[in-house]
Design a protein around this ligand. Structure first.
Ligand code: MF3
Ligand code: CO
Length: 257
């Protein structure tokens, strides 16, 4: 799980650093596929089945009002002021690493910057609650409280999840709920916490392609995710890219004070 997490984070980091206005989401996805093959790992998105549908791209790339599960396409060209969520989930030696970040394309409006910041903060507040003997609802409540006190809306159609040899394992980790409820965490459990946050309405609808979830109000949406390992004390974040000895340094670089 540690190796898979590190690889998933390394791919995510590299893809985020190449995002620029003028690029298509197809190009980013192709780069992701190539990088995975160089690293000797496989996408856990490509070929993912839901009913009779098969997910076609290596990564999920969701622009602006696209909430999650966007497909890399040649027609979607990034422009200054957009945001893009890059969701990378891979399999290595039979284990899954899954992580996501929403990043600005060039300069974005202050309200969108705030959306990204609040969503990532809610992820870290959730991670803080994921400790032995706490319950799933403690994570859910920490995420929801932070998002709603900032005036934003948590999406309830999708949830985080347990993770291991399969991408989606028990328990579900909702981004909304009551403290003290739900399954009890035990040291050694691996979970993905992944708040998805809209600016105004939490309502989503499905795009024509059958995969992409869209914010009904058409406003930008944010999504951040880490794979973590529950411990007695602070959880271990498994999705820290290669080249960072310490998680603290990675986060200091991501979120300048
Ligand atoms: N990180 C996403 C999730 O946990 C990955 C979905 S893969 C897809 O649901 F194929 F469904 F897009
Ligand atoms: Co996930």
């Amino acid at each position: 799980m540690r190796r898979a997490g590190k690889s998933a984070a390394t791919v995510l980091d590299r893809l985020c650093s190449m995002v620029k206005p003028g690029m298509s989401t197809f190009e980013i996805d192709e780069a992701g596929g190539e990088l995975m093959s160089t690293m000797g790992i496989k996408s856990a998105c490509k070929g993912y089945r839901s009913g009779h549908r098969v997910f076609p791209s290596y990564t999920c790339l969701s622009v602006n009002e696209e909430v999650v599960h966007g497909i890399g396409v040649k027609e979607r060209i990034l422009k200054e002021g957009d945001v893009i969520s890059v969701d990378v989930c891979i399999r290595e030696n039979g284990f899954i690493g899954d992580n996501c970040r929403t990043i600005p394309v060039g300069k974005v409006a202050p309200e969108i910057e705030r959306l990204l910041r609040v969503t990532e903060e809610s992820l870290f507040l959730g991670i803080e609650q994921a400790v032995d003997k706490n319950r799933v609802g403690d994570v859910s409540n920490a995420v929801q409280s932070h998002v709603e006190s900032a005036g934003f809306a948590v999406i309830t159609n999708f949830v985080g999840h347990g993770v291991g040899r399969s991408l989606h394992e028990d328990p579900q980790i909702p981004n909304f709920g009551k403290s003290g409820t739900g399954m009890k965490f035990r040291k050694g459990m691996a979970i993905c916490i992944e708040p998805m946050v809209n600016i105004k309405s939490p309502q989503i609808r499905m795009a024509q392609d059958g995969w992409t979830a869209l914010a009904v109000d058409g406003l930008p949406s944010a999504h951040f995710e880490h794979t973590i390992l529950v411990d007695n004390g602070a959880a271990e974040i498994l999705t820290i890219p290669d080249g960072y000895e310490k998680a603290e340094q990675f986060f200091a670089d991501l979120l300048p004070a």
